[in-house]
Design a protein around this ligand. Structure first.
Ligand code: HPA
Length: 271
């Protein structure tokens, strides 16, 4: 495993790229961040040794190196979802490579369904914590001692200082942001009303099909994490609307400018 990670990292280094210390996983609702990256070098996943092979046709992914403001960044355009059939090791392989490259901060974004009764479609939720409801943990199996300890703490999986920074950015830009607990599920079904209700009762504010595996691995590897969700639909026993992929895409697109503002300023400000 570690050899494969090193091989991929070595390949990237061999391209004479300035290696950043921040990476962003562009989920639904943050894709257009790429448009703000200058001096771009895009490496298609298909060129990267050991990277998972994308099964979905026309669903290309790229690692994009460049500058956001004055800061070098790596943007992951397209992530691997567990529901597509990838193993947890494949889903989290890119995060292992990031850590191997020396990246210290990981920013993740996603679309999620809201259970918190105060939430509205289009809200931005800063993730303060998560509940892993995937059927497995990405760290199951032999521990990768080179990256971290066998039993890593997840007490501060989402960096409190970055959350405060993001709050301040949102406030000065008059952007409404909520805080909440993200429940990570395998999908690909959206939840039944009873499931949304269950995830709310156990302490969740929003539910989605990504992020948790990457965040667990990033924490294992000692990276600092910031996560944000766009609330694209609402679920629960009193909610009549039926979520659809199209609606999720539309709501995420509408929230994109605010989401991008927060992430761009956050990246500029972090030390
Ligand atoms: N459930 C799970 N994943 C999602 C949802 C949802 O309601 N909305 C966007 N991603």
């Amino acid at each position: 495993m570690i050899e494969k990670i090193k091989e991929t990292a070595d390949y990237i280094r061999s391209r004479n790229i300035e290696i950043p210390d921040v990476a962003v996983i562009l989920g639904t609702g943050l894709g257009a961040l790429v448009d703000f990256i200058s001096d771009k070098i895009a490496i298609p996943y298909t060129e990267l040794p050991n990277f998972p092979v994308s099964t979905v046709e026309g669903h290309s992914g790229n690692l994009i190196f460049g500058k956001l403001g004055n800061r070098p960044v790596l943007a992951m355009q397209g992530r691997f979802h567990y529901y597509e059939g990838y193993s947890m090791k494949e889903v989290t392989f890119p995060v292992r490579v990031m850590r191997e490259l020396g990246i210290k901060t990981l920013i993740v974004s996603n679309a999620a369904g809201g259970m918190n009764k105060e939430f509205r479609v289009g809200d931005i939720m800063i993730i303060t914590d998560h509940i892993n409801m995937f059927p497995e943990n990405p760290l199951r199996g032999k521990n990768l001692d080179e990256h971290g300890t066998r039993f890593p703490a997840m007490t501060r999986a989402y960096d409190p200082a970055m959350i405060s920074r993001a709050d301040a950015i949102a406030e000065r830009n008059s952007i409404r942001v909520m805080h909440g607990v993200y429940v990570g599920v395998s999908g690909p079904t959206f939840e039944t009303p009873a499931e949304y209700e269950f995830y709310r009762i156990i302490g969740g504010d929003a539910v989605g099909m990504s992020t948790v595996p990457e965040v667990i691995v990033a924490n294992h590897a000692g990276m600092r994490v910031f996560g944000v969700s766009v609330i694209t639909d609402l679920g629960g026993k009193d909610i009549e609307e039926i979520p659809t992929h199209e609606e999720v895409q539309k709501a995420a697109a509408a929230a994109q400018p605010s989401m991008m503002k927060i992430i761009r300023e956050l990246i500029n400000e972090i030390d």
